[in-house]
Write a protein that binds this ligand. Sequence first.
Ligand SMILES: [Mg+2]
Length: 182
Amino acid sequence: MASKLILLDQDGVLADFEQGVRQLWQQTYQQPLPLAERRHFYLRDDMALQFHHQLDELYSSKGFFASLPPMLDGIAAAKRLLEAGHDVRICTSPIQAYHYCVSEKFDWIGQHLGEEWLQRIILTKDKTWVRGDILIDDKPQISGSLIPQWQHWIYDQPYNRDQTKLKRVNWSQPETWSELLQ
Ligand SMILES: [Mg+2]
């Protein structure tokens, strides 16, 4: 495949946001995340209203974003895509409570991918403004004010399985993305 501009989402694609929430919830509130099943993109939509405040507290707490565990095989995959000659960028949207989120997203990339990847970060609230050939993202529908130039490949997660129209990628299933290495 000719060299492509590949945009990788951070949370849910490189960083295991879900696992990070579960771990910190257990640690903070001494009980498992009160959640029956994962069906919606936003965790809060699968949780009772009474827990939303605690969830917000957790997202905006110091150290949350920096300590997210990496997704299985995600770091190696990002490096392989770069080695294959693609221009790989990390395209990520900070949460509204940006204070720790923004700096810790950078910390995370530096720690897990290396300092040289810091220059590959693109922070935006609207990914349709970013040029690219492919955007690999776990969000089922990505909207914004422009018509996207990239093709959305969905990163496989339990909460987006009803999205059947997009090409589905899972780092641990090489056949889902190995065409990018050829
Ligand atoms: Mg995401």
